[in-house]
Design a protein around this ligand. Structure first.
Ligand code: ADP
Ligand code: MG
Length: 338
């Protein structure tokens, strides 16, 4: 029989990476979330070959202290959660301290950072091993460059879809992050082509325009509502603007993009019988609630969450949309068209 042994840290990181870093888009998501948590107002994402040869995320956020750089790459090391109480009121997108060590265990990562203009540090980690660390000059903020993703996990590489599909998944996740943060100027580039550029002026409708086009954005109505526990803010399409999938319904919970069957259905139910069979609306629903009402610690990627009083929230969403569309019906179609 074999003996029980603790896993070496690098191996443990690689196992964790299996959950957190499924594909290039997961790397993009984790890095952009870190940039958002660092209070950045501008985030630029560059990918080459759909993220396989390069993913680079540049932010102008708080930066990382020079003496904490190694720590940032250690598993379960985070500046966002300090005690048990904090776990029940998470306000940041991250808190598990898993992303950087996971990514660095399956790729070549170079991170450059500065907390004040000029005084920066650079560290390079490949396959979990530190290769280099040096002082550099750079503006305040952080740049993370990820190359050779999955070079040491061939099974992961094999499982990836076509470059077009991987790029579409990256684009999709960046779109949702942008919708959740209209106050941040976000850009996405693939092989020097600009795929998205948002203004960062906190105007959700303009962000929707940048992503779905001006014409679609003009056919969406603003909705607002709140009760004692929840505030709902967003845009919903006129019943004539529909899609063949539910994918154009984006739910954001305190700025975090989530997937939730019940809430998505509440959006659809808000349309009553106004939708054609098999067609779904476009909607961006940004929910604000006290973090104690949500458990984000359900899954490593945090896209699934548990919400207390979910039924009440569903009703609020459904009624808000229903009533908004009812008042819209009173306006002749020609006017509603803008
Ligand atoms: P988490 O986000 O769950 O804390 P990560 O592994 O993603 O874990 O990051 C570890 C830590 O590194 C963060 O808690 C944060 O302090 C720091 N960090 C990572 N990325 C950035 C960034 N872009 N700007 C500032 N700090 C960062
Ligand atoms: Mg993180």
């Amino acid at each position: 029989m074999t003996k029980i042994k603790e896993l070496p840290a690098i191996l443990a990181d690689q196992i964790a990476a299996g959950e957190v870093v499924e594909r290039p888009a997961s790397v993009v998501k984790e890095l952009v979330e870190n940039a958002i948590d660092a209070q950045s107002t501008q985030i630029d994402i560059y990918v080459a070959d759909s993220g396989l040869s390069l993913i680079k995320v540049i932010d102008n956020g708080q930066g990382i202290a020079a003496d904490e750089l190694e720590l940032a790459f250690r598993r379960h090391s985070t500046s966002k959660l300090h005690d048990k109480n904090g776990l029940f009121k998470i306000r940041t997108l991250g808190f598990r301290g898993e992303a950087l060590p996971s990514i660095a265990s399956v790729a070549d990562v170079t991170l450059k950072t500065a907390m004040t203009d000029g005084q920066g540090m650079e560290i390079e980690i490949r396959g979990g091993q530190q290769l280099d660390k040096k002082i550099i000059a750079r503006p305040q903020g952080t740049e993370v460059m990820v190359r050779s993703l999955f070079y040491n996990t061939p099974a992961r590489l094999k499982y990836l879809k076509s470059p077009q599909t991987e790029l579409a998944v990256i684009s999709d996740i960046v779109d949702r992050l942008a919708l959740g943060h209209p106050e941040i100027a976000l850009s996405l580039h693939n092989n020097k082509r600009v795929l998205l550029q948002t203004a960062g002026n906190n105007n959700l409708q303009q962000t929707i325009s940048a992503i779905y086009g001006v014409k679609n954005a003009q056919q969406m109505l603003p909705v607002h509502a709140n009760d004692l526990d929840f505030a709902v803010e967003g845009f919903v399409s006129l019943p004539k603007l529909t899609r063949a999938t539910k994918n154009y319904i984006t739910l954001l919970l305190n700025g975090r993009y989530i997937r939730n069957y019940q809430l998505t259905n509440a959006v659809i139910k808000g349309y009553g019988s106004k939708l054609m069979v098999g067609r779904y609306p476009m909607a961006i629903i940004a929910l604000k609630l006290d973090p104690v009402l949500v458990d984000v610690n359900v899954h490593p990627t945090k896209q699934e969450v548990r919400i207390s009083k979910e039924k009440q929230l569903c009703e609020l969403i459904q009624t808000t949309i229903y009533q908004r569309l009812a008042t819209e019906n009173l306006i002749p179609d020609a006017l509603a068209d803008f």
